[in-house]
Design a protein around this ligand. Sequence first.
Ligand SMILES: CC(C)(COP(=O)(O)OP(=O)(O)OC[C@H]1O[C@@H](n2cnc3c(N)ncnc32)[C@H](O)[C@@H]1OP(=O)(O)O)[C@@H](O)C(=O)NCCC(=O)NCCS
Length: 155
Amino acid sequence: MTLALVQAKEPELVYLARLSTQSLDSTLGLDALKGYLNQGALFTLFKDAQPIGFLVQKIVLEEAELIQILVDPLYCGQGFANAALALWHQSVRDLGVCQIFLEVRQSNVPAVALYQRLGYRSVGIRKNYYRYADGLVDAWVMSLNFLPSIDSSKL
Ligand SMILES: CC(C)(COP(=O)(O)OP(=O)(O)OC[C@H]1O[C@@H](n2cnc3c(N)ncnc32)[C@H](O)[C@@H]1OP(=O)(O)O)[C@@H](O)C(=O)NCCC(=O)NCCS
């Protein structure tokens, strides 16, 4: 089995948009995904030749934002998001990115656990950031820093 994160192409869009609109944790519809595809910011996650999810990124100089990662519920819990992020981290590091930011609903247990497992730490809170049928909910701002930490005792 091979896993690959590849710049998305038009024929994948309908499937990716269906995944996205079925998820409580994605607000991206077909038009938004198409916009990201045109910017080269949308990546399809393939398990062998089968698309099983996607990732949207934004990169400005040395900072990247993980706008969305989503794995088809049929394939969740098998380590695919973890592996996809490992691939993505390597690709953004190769582009000179030093720090990644993301926002995640505080009650999104799988996503928060995924990010913590990969070394992301909470660096802030956005109050009332997401709107759901039952009200507004807060988000964590999380960050992963690729720079080696400085040992202040050696300064
Ligand atoms: C969050 C999401 C991408 C995880 O994808 P996944 O492929 O199932 O994740 P993985 O199988 O790679 O799991 C990696 C780690 O995430 C955490 N995790 C995944 N599913 C979990 C669950 N149901 N409960 C708790 N932790 C979970 C665990 O730490 C897991 O590591 P472990 O298996 O060693 O314990 C997936 O649930 C998803 O697409 N959710 C909807 C969209 C979304 O919420 N995206 C994030 C928006 S910020």
